[in-house]
Design a protein around this ligand. Sequence first.
Ligand code: ATP
Ligand code: MG
Length: 196
Amino acid sequence: MIITVLGFKGGVAKTTTALHLAAYLQQYEPTLLVDGDPNRSASAWASRGKIPCDLCDEKAAIKQAPKYRHIVIDTKARPNEEDLEHLVEGCDLLILPTTPDALALDAMLLMVKSLPKGTNYKILLTIVPPKPSRAGEEALALFQEENLPHYPFVIRRFSAYQRAALSGCAVFDSKDRSSKTAWGDYQKLGREIVKG
Ligand SMILES: Nc1ncnc2c1ncn2[C@@H]1O[C@H](COP(=O)(O)OP(=O)(O)OP(=O)(O)O)[C@@H](O)[C@H]1O
Ligand SMILES: [Mg+2]
């Protein structure tokens, strides 16, 4: 399975999502994380420590790909139309992470409109603030109302992710008391994807 993580806006957890999804899939079958962002944030993350899956850039990916059962591709923010077409063509599933704030939601809705017809995509709400904020629930209700394909759960905001990025590990290996709870959210995503 080839899964591409795509988003128009910066900082909506594309890299975090690609890395943790690859980490999830790697538990069961060989999985390659492809750093398709010229900023190389996934590579920088991995260089600070050890991530639980193999990683390469998009050039090396062509040679590496046949060795793996799953490929998860991290991409840059603000892809142009041509990038978008290539990215969509080359994958089985497109995950569109978005935070639940108005700016990110608007950017995501624009992106959905520009996707080629028939694209297999799903929206993933990320960095969702805890109660009393209702931002997550409200965004989920909006997706429901607009009939937009989305995951029915959210990735909650936890400090463990920043720690993980700094230590170059996945969130379950970060030294933070929310690390296991945080990982639980990406496990949900992984299970849902494996289920198909
Ligand atoms: N669930 C979360 N809770 C708290 N912080 C998070 C969460 N997910 C990601 N972050 C933090 O938010 C920031 C942006 O995340 P990330 O780099 O994954 O986004 P991105 O969409 O890949 O950004 P860019 O567009 O720059 O590539 C990082 O500092 C990351 O540690
Ligand atoms: Mg990124």
